[in-house]
Design a protein around this ligand. Structure first.
Ligand code: NDP
Length: 302
């Protein structure tokens, strides 16, 4: 049976924090029979009034349905909540944020216990759940058979994007996007710090920043192409040599404005390191080549 055979497949949800509660409401509103459990039972009260069945224990919640969705704080809480519970024949969908390694280990753990497993990464806040117009979605990876069986149910809270059989890949997509976001936040924070105390209102800089960052969005596709072709020089219009030379202006301006360069320095240092390694070879590249230095900097297992 696939999910398409019924519009109202029953399911269990473990974890009624802000995210779990938002998820639960969408399934209830869509008419799915829902069994819930939460460590702090009081949080289930409102959902019971909305039609959820409240299980007294995680074991009872898991026993109630084949499809079991987890939305707990972290991977450690999953281990403690599901410890000793019979998972034979269950379809576990883990919406708890974790690392790729945790996703893979949890998939192996579930398989050993006779369950199918899909890991996920939620690209949405609780207010974006059940609100398709907000643009949130969820990455899924792991058992394709599980995902295909339950896809319609999983798409009730937010759009579902399946990214492959490797159970670590949903988390990796999630963390890649979040990491890029923090880099962006860092740059924006530095920009606002530079004008603080000047006769430039943040609200006047805001549209200029948005426009500039939008124009610089070309870097996403450009980097992908160059990382695939390993050609870092063809068609370069802003060379690494020029950008490293110009970076002094950014650092001097930060010093003049009394702003710490700490959010800016790591990327500038990476560009300089790439250039210094072989100025003749790398000077004509763009900055994408510098990215190749990152992997060896990461300690094994991190
Ligand atoms: P909350 O902090 O609101 O809720 C955490 C949930 O985990 C609660 O149900 C809590 O139970 C439970 N929990 C924590 N520790 C344990 C434990 N040791 N044993 C049993 N239950 C435990 O977090 P959210 O609901 O916001 O987040 C849930 C997951 O969703 C997280 O992995 C988060 O990263 C992810 N997420 C959240 C987003 C958000 O914007 N909120 C966005 C994207 C992902 P209790 O009520 O008893 O404390």
């Amino acid at each position: 049976m696939t999910d398409n055979d019924t519009d109202h497949r029953p399911l269990t949800l473990l974890g009624l924090g802000d995210m779990g509660t938002a998820l639960a409401r969408t399934w209830l509103a869509a008419g799915h029979p829902l069994t819930v459990w939460n460590r702090t039972p009081a949080k289930a009260g409102a959902l019971a009034a909305e039609g959820a069945a409240v299980a007294a224990t995680p074991a009872a919640a898991v026993a109630a349905n084949t499809l079991v969705v987890l939305c707990l704080l972290d991977d450690t809480s999953i281990g403690s909540v599901l410890e000793g519970i019979d998972l034979t024949g269950k379809d576990l969908v883990n919406l708890t944020t974790g690392t790729a390694a945790e996703g893979r280990a949890r998939a192996a753990w579930a398989e050993e216990r006779g369950a199918r497993f899909v890991d996920a990464g939620i690209m949405a806040t609780p207010t974006m759940i059940g609100a398709p117009e907000a643009g949130g979605y969820v990455f899924y990876s792991g058992s394709r058979a599980l995902f295909d069986t339950h896809r319609t149910t999983l798409e009730v809270p937010a759009d579902a994007r399946y990214v492959g059989e490797d159970p670590g890949h949903a988390a990796l997509h999630d963390v890649a996007l979040l990491s890029a976001m923090y880099g962006l936040f860092a740059g924006i924070s530095h920009a606002y710090a530079l004008i603080e105390g000047e006769d430039i209102a943040p609200k006047d800089l805001a549209p200029l920043l948005s426009e500039w960052l939008g124009a610089m969005g070309f870097f996403v596709g450009n980097a992908a192409e160059r990382l695939t072709s390993r050609d870092f020089t063809t068609g370069v219009v802003s060379s690494l040599a020029m950008q490293v030379a110009a970076s002094g202006t950014l650092l001097r301006t930060a010093a003049d404005q009394g702003v710490s360069p700490e959010l800016l320095v790591p990327y500038l240092d990476l560009m300089r390191e790439r250039l210094d390694a072989d100025p003749a070879a790398h000077g004509a590249e763009d900055t994408v080549g510098a990215l190749t230095l990152l992997r060896r900097r990461t300690a094994p297992g991190r």
